[in-house]
Design a protein. Structure first.
Length: 202
């Protein structure tokens, strides 16, 4: 499956590598999460996807705080805001179900950003899963991550080249504080997704 404005796998890989090259200041560690996330969380419940994106653009990413650290890369900060304000996973709704329900908002937020935005979304989604506090929900989300990627692919939230690039780049979410061990676990499920795509299964 493909979507308009597809990018080459090489281009997507370059964007992933650029994101993982960002370093955050040790002096700024321990800063609370960015208050714009709470603003966007409340805003999404009462507004359309287009209005949500307009608010996202209005708030911007200047001085963004991502997991307690300052983040100067616009797309990385933007997609962290999106994932944290839109995505949820608990005992009542799985991550796949949430992606399906919230897909109009995610698709609108990812639109027009190209490979850099797709790469940032996937890295932010990876970080979301690995930072879930409930261990049972976290483990269920890890085990179902191939289904998560399948949902992203089927709903055309990101393009196939970006999904393949994410699977190939274990460092994609390194500066979202995802360890190498956790990254490998998710990519084991990512490889299962790639095999499913390549097999052309329904």
């Amino acid at each position: 499956m493909s979507s308009p404005g597809r990018h080459t796998c090489a281009s997507a890989s370059e964007d992933l590598c650029r994101i993982t090259s960002l370093r955050m200041s040790d002096d700024e560690a321990g800063v609370a999460e960015d208050p714009r996330i709470t603003t966007l969380y409340s805003y999404a419940d009462k507004h359309t996807p287009a209005e949500y994106v307009a608010k996202l653009d209005e708030l911007g990413t200047d001085g963004a705080v991502v997991l307690g650290n300052m983040m100067t890369h616009t797309e990385t900060a933007r997609m962290h805001f999106v994932v944290q304000s839109i995505i949820d996973a608990d005992e009542d709704m799985s991550l796949v179900e949430c992606l399906t329900q919230k897909r109009p908002y995610i698709k609108a937020a990812c639109a027009d950003g190209g490979a850099a935005r797709f790469a940032a979304f996937l890295a932010a989604l990876e970080s979301f899963v690995m930072h879930l506090e409930d261990e049972a929900i976290k483990e269920a989300s890890v085990q179902a991550f191939d289904a998560v990627l399948k949902a992203c692919w089927e709903w055309e939230l990101v393009d196939e080249e970006s999904l393949r690039a994410w699977v190939a780049e274990e460092r994609a979410a390194r500066y979202y504080q995802v360890s190498a061990k956790d990254a490998i676990r998710l990519r084991e499920r990512g490889q299962a997704f790639i095999e499913w795509v390549d097999a052309g299964e329904p």
